[in-house]
Design a protein around this ligand. Structure first.
Ligand code: GLY
Ligand code: MN
Length: 463
């Protein structure tokens, strides 16, 4: 945990941002996998972590913006718990560790919240994202989930997004720790990407690196020579010379801050001409867009810069044709770059996505596009110092999408389908880094991970 003052200050700021009312922040419970006592790896709720810091089940928090106080809700463990889980701190001491003296037993929580509702006070909750949460809310609120929905508070969502979007120095340290573990995960993956090995061996080693450095992976490892499938969690292929392997993987620090890095390497450690040509375009898109990161710039414009860079590069190879501006305005480049350039990252790898992508990435100055490709841009708004975002351009040759667009005669003025079809066996390339927006520009977080053709080849061929 951070020092108690950090959580006290965050809750005070939140109370001051709200017009009043009582905020209820439930922590996560254990979730069963295949029978009740066999649980998934425990992950605390990120909003609870942000305001109360404690990292185990059985807790929730109340932030009272009317009375100016905060309460940690939970109970002291029983002897049975101690036998199975070991000694645990008293709830009173846990409250002190997150900067409050107030505690409430779980058995009194329903009465407390229903009392506030009956007194006509505003009660704020965030959108639940687990099924079991609705059941516990029904018990606490004494009403059906349809009625509970009206307590999901846009005012609270906006305040939390405003606060969590700007990372302080201690949070950046945590993120950089996670990126440094990602350095080890990715260099491990690169060195193992040799002909004859199974993807699952590499994926297992990559996840093992994360676990052995103290944290789980920040999302299930994406690793495949079929990189044209954007989130490929199947690791059943055997690597063969001539293919590119995408590894998209990150770690969580011990305080649960994420990293999210992608590297794509040629199996065997040497780029052939076709691989290098496509790789250099993606690399350029990655580097020019990182350079463009600074306060006051709309991230949507940086996404469009990536799109133009990709369209220009594909034009040089004869895969696209026509005016670059017209290609990007029409969305024709999205055949090869069908996703957004990046997303916020913090306590969640897609930070705060549970609060609604548009609440995080868009505001009254910028609406989300519904154009194919651009519609997947999770974050479009103006950058501010303290924001952390990924930059992850890619080029993919998705046979089914090429076939569909060709059969529809789509963008024949911009796409040279005969040429594109010769890449149907190529796969995909994505290159992703984690970027902090600073006061006057940006900083790429963590230890630099080999990225240029020369760097990747040097690492893969090192004895
Ligand atoms: N790294 C996976 C994603 O950003 O969606
Ligand atoms: Mn990402």
């Amino acid at each position: 945990m951070f020092k108690a003052e950090v959580y006290t200050a965050r809750r005070k700021q939140l109370r001051e941002m709200l017009s009043g009312g009582l905020v209820f922040l439930p922590g996560n419970d254990e979730a069963s996998m295949n029978y009740p006592a066999n649980t998934y790896h425990y992950r605390q709720d990120s909003d609870f972590l942000y305001y109360f810091g404690h990292d185990h089940d059985g807790l929730s928090g109340l932030i009272d913006a009317d009375e100016g106080k905060d309460i940690l809700v939970g109970d002291d463990v029983t002897m049975d718990d101690i036998i199975w889980m070991g000694q645990q701190p008293l709830i009173k001491n846990q409250a002190m560790k997150c900067g409050t003296e107030n505690t409430l037993s779980k058995s009194k929580l329903g009465e407390y919240i229903q009392g506030a509702i009956n007194a006509g006070r505003k009660v704020h909750i965030l959108p639940p994202y687990r099924g079991d949460r609705w059941l516990s809310l029904e018990a606490i609120f004494g009403m059906k989930h349809g009625e509970i929905k009206k307590f999901i508070s846009q005012e609270l969502i906006e305040a939390v997004v405003k606060m969590r979007s700007v990372k302080d120095a201690d949070e950046i340290i945590e993120i950089e720790k996670a990126v440094d573990v990602a350095y080890l995960m990715h260099t491990t993956s690169m060195k193992m990407a040799m002909p004859g090995i199974k993807e699952q061996e590499i994926a297992g080693a990559v996840e093992g690196v994360s676990l052995s450095h103290g944290g789980p992976v920040s999302f299930p490892v994406i690793l495949s020579v079929d990189g044209q499938t954007l989130h490929n969690h199947n690791h059943h292929n055997i690597l063969k010379e001539g293919r590119m392997m995408v590894t998209d993987a990150g770690s969580e620090s011990s305080l649960h801050y994420a990293s999210d890095i992608t590297r794509t390497v040629p199996v065997g450690g040497k780029f052939n001409t076709r691989q290098r040509e496509i790789y250099e375009i993606v690399l350029k898109a990655n580097m020019v867009t990182i350079e463009a990161m600074k306060p006051g710039v709309y991230f949507k414009d940086i996404h469009l810069l990536a799109a133009r860079t990709i369209a220009d590069g594909l034009k040089e190879l004869g895969i696209m044709k026509g005016d670059t501006e017209e290609i990007v305005n029409a969305g024709a480049h999205a055949l090869f770059f069908p996703h957004g350039l990046g997303h916020m990252m913090g306590l969640d790898v897609h930070d705060m996505e549970g609060l609604g992508e548009n609440n995080v990435g868009y505001d009254e100055t910028i609406q989300r596009s519904d154009q194919f490709g651009l519609a997947f841009l999770r974050f479009g708004k103006k950058l501010e110092p303290g924001f952390v975002l990924t930059i992850e351009p890619g080029i993919y040759f998705i046979p089914a999408l090429i076939d569909l667009w060709k059969s529809e005669g789509k963008f024949t003025e911009f796409i040279n389908y005969d040429k594109a079809e010769t890449y149907k066996d190529f796969g995909g390339i994505r290159i992703e880094d984690d970027i902090l927006v600073t006061g006057d520009g940006h900083r790429v977080l963590g230890k630099p991970i080999p990225k240029t053709v020369a760097e990747v080849e040097a690492l893969m061929n090192k004895e």
